[in-house]
Design a protein. Structure first.
Length: 168
């Protein structure tokens, strides 16, 4: 059984939905499909997106991490995620502070937007805006990653007993 199958079963139980047919009604699929989803079949992307939207959960986490009662709150998506991401993008100048929660929210946000692009749900203006936004955020992440590697190199020098590296 895949993590997605386990997460669907766990989500149904955490949401106190007693039957597979009730769960199926909520997401618009037959109960026999829910049985398959909970056991061995991975739902199609549109079904997964409907589950995430219906239960207000982070799709990226749902697909990659095991859902439990203990971490269920971590899976919940804030209702104003898009507004926060717009604010985060607007604050971008030459530097950006990236936190773990921001990474998860951005992953979900852009996964949803990329699905819209793949399904041709965006007009050309919105598509170009999304690509521009992605570029800005990826550049910010690249800068943070570069800073991280520089710190890692400095630490390696120190741990090898060579002292701090010389600046070139």
């Amino acid at each position: 059984m895949d993590i997605i199958n386990k997460n669907i079963r766990t989500l149904r139980k955490l949401e106190n939905i007693k039957s597979q047919s009730e769960f199926g009604e909520l997401i618009g699929v037959p109960s026999h499909n829910i049985n398959k989803y909970e056991n061995n079949v991975i739902p199609k992307p549109d079904v997964l997106r409907t589950i995430a939207t219906t239960f207000n959960i982070n799709l990226h986490l749902f697909l990659t991490r095991e859902l439990t009662r203990k971490n269920y709150d971590d899976f919940k998506v804030e209702r104003d995620t898009e507004i926060k991401l717009e604010g985060l993008k607007s604050e971008f100048t030459s530097d950006i502070e990236v936190k773990r929660g921001d990474v998860d929210r951005m992953a979900t946000y852009f996964t949803d937007k990329l699905i819209m692009i793949e399904q041709n749900d965006l007009n050309e203006i919105d598509r170009q805006k999304l690509f521009k936004d992605l570029k800005i955020l990826f550049l910010a992440y690249h800068k943070k990653l570069k800073d991280f590697y520089e710190m890692q190199d400095r630490l390696s020098f120190i741990l090898e007993g060579k002292g701090p590296p010389t600046q070139s």
